[in-house]
Design a protein around this ligand. Structure first.
Ligand SMILES: NC(=O)c1ccc[n+]([C@@H]2O[C@H](COP(=O)([O-])OP(=O)(O)OC[C@H]3O[C@@H](n4cnc5c(N)ncnc54)[C@H](O)[C@@H]3O)[C@@H](O)[C@H]2O)c1
Ligand SMILES: O=CCCC(=O)O
Length: 485
């Protein structure tokens, strides 16, 4: 299926060498449930070697390149990613299950972080500060933090890697990546292209593993100076705790429970389009997916009917079938969670408007589902479903819906639809989240600061803030400049 067969590899990349380990683990194809291939299972020694080698490589990488040169290397990498779009999209769709058009869209999105940070590499400014001491100059410079550990989830096998590796390399850091064990192939393919682009091999190390204890070395090893993690809140808290032992810098992009609010004054067609995008993208498996749909009483029936019609037009099937618009979930436990949320809500009085079952027998599928009559007492109100389930709650007032929307420990994304300018400003300010979409379900872009508050984590990715996450600010005070005159 691939033009460049060498991109599909199950090897680790340690100390500048591609390594096939004797011990391997299987990767499954979600559309069929069958094994897609075997991948090297790195052990503790591999992580330790990778970290040591990345440390040596980092110093010479930073000292021998300017920001502009690192930017040029990143631009070459971006170009290679885009010229291998078809192959990378195929690999991503096979291992993750998302539709081939979504998979290619993710590759383009992944590349956008590399090209964005290629530009940011040249914009790493220090400042001069008026000193309170006479004859003294005070200035700052930005330095790379050093070796960065990168741990990412399976739902965006390419973009979650590049959103971290792009700024790390732009800043002059080196990286040790533990790719998601469900979807390691995209990361390995991207790394092959990074090496082809001319990035010094040992500044990127890739250690796939199923061995969590070995991977925890990334959070405890004193050589690692920064841990950037995207994944669940539970694992994020555990890794942050481990990282405090050596006081590493930590960024955490964690789970969400996004409210999606439709007010009576909303443009309902836009609201349905927004809900379709941000609920059913990647079959409902994104951290910024709408998890709770709150619709004001006056438009609840009409919005639900339009939403059901749009959902029934989705075509569920294998990701690689070009007519499919909704792929499978990542594995059986993901489909079990959706089923549990639907059954629990129905047992407490919710109504299935469409879906509510798994029609396909092979692969990890669940039909796109809309529930009405959902209440805050149901599991879907508190937990991230991470699947194609749109639960519709009804509300009466703005005050009531803000209280419901903010009544969660998570604070990643929130969306609302309204044409009243005063309400737009009020609600955008009152939603307790890191990212707000107003009259749109699309909030992700390389230039947009990405990240949450509360138990959705801390740190910002992408944007003008993303580079600083991989840098230390050093202050330099040059005093007594009058002595010896
Ligand atoms: N905020 C964001 O930007 C964002 C983006 C994507 C996904 N997510 C969240 O990720 C979750 C889904 O992804 P997941 O199921 O892969 O999450 P997860 O937390 O189970 O795993 C994430 C990564 O951590 C690794 N991991 C797990 N335990 C580890 C340990 N003890 N030591 C080292 N590594 C360990 C996994 O192998 C994987 O690579 C959802 O909650 C979703 O909301 C958040
Ligand atoms: O799953 C979370 C990340 C998806 C995105 O960047 O929009």
């Amino acid at each position: 299926m691939l033009k460049n067969r060498s991109l599909f590899s199950g090897e680790a990349f340690v100390d500048g060498q591609w390594v096939s380990k004797k011990e391997e683990f299987p990767v499954y194809e979600p559309s069929s449930g069958e094994v897609l291939g075997q991948v090297s299972n790195c052990d503790l020694a591999d992580f330790q070697n990778a970290i040591k080698s990345a440390d040596a490589a980092q110093r010479s990488f930073f000292e021998s390149t300017t920001g502009a040169q690192r930017g040029a290397l990143l631009r070459k990498w971006n170009d290679l990613i885009l010229s291998n779009l078809e192959d990378l999209g195929t690999i991503l769709s096979l291992e993750n299950g998302k539709t081939i058009s979504e998979a290619k869209g993710e590759i383009t999105y992944a590349a956008s972080f590399i090209s964005w940070f290629a530009e940011e590499a040249t914009r790493s400014y220090g400042v001069t500060i008026p000193s309170s001491t006479p004859h003294t100059t005070l200035m700052t410079m930005r330095e790379p933090v050093g070796v960065c550990a990168i741990i990412t989830p399976w739902n965006f096998p390419a973009a979650m890697i590049t959103r971290k590796v792009g700024p790390a390399l732009a800043a002059g850091c080196s990286v040790v990546i533990k790719p998601p064990s469900e979807t390691p192939y995209s990361c390995i393919a991207l790394t092959k292209l990074a090496v082809e682009a001319g990035l010094p091999p040992a500044v990127i190390q890739v250690c796939p593993t199923k061995n969590r204890k070995a991977a925890e070395e990334l959070a405890t090893n004193p050589i690692v100076k920064k841990l950037s993690f995207t994944g669940s809140t539970g694992v994020g808290k555990k890794l942050a705790e481990l990282a405090t032992g050596t006081l590493k810098k930590v960024s955490l992009e964690l789970g969400g429970n996004a409210p999606f609010i439709v007010f009576n004054d909303a443009n309902l067609d836009l609201a349905v389009e927004g809900a379709m995008f941000c609920k059913f993208r990647c079959s409902g498996q994104t951290c910024v997916c709408a998890n709770r749909l709150y619709v004001q009483k006056g438009v609840a029936k009409e919005f639900t009917a339009k939403l059901v019609k749009a959902v029934e037009a989705l075509k569920v099937g294998p990701g690689m079938d070009p007519t499919t618009t909704q792929g499978p979930l990542v594995n059986k436990s993901a489909t079990d969670k959706v089923r549990e949320h639907v059954e629990e809500a129905v047992s407490k009085g919710a109504k299935v408007e469409t879906g509510g079952k798994a029609s396909r027998e092979t692969g990890f599928f669940y039909d796109p589902t809309v529930l009405s009559g959902v209440t805050p007492q149901m599991l879907v109100s508190r937990e991230e479903t991470f699947g194609p389930l749109a639960p519709v709650f009804e509300f009466e007032t703005e005050q009531e819906v803000l209280q419901l929307a903010n009544d969660t420990e998570f604070g990643l994304a929130g969306y609302f639809f309204s044409q009243d300018v005063a309400r737009v400003m009020r609600v955008a300010q009152k939603l307790q989240v890191g990212m707000v979409g107003v009259n749109t379900g699309k909030i992700s872009a390389a230039e947009a600061p990405f990240g949450g508050i509360k138990e959705s984590g801390y740190g910002k990715e992408g944007s003008l803030y993303g580079l600083a996450e991989y840098q230390n600010i050093k202050s330099i005070t040059i005093g007594n400049q009058n002595v010896g005159l």
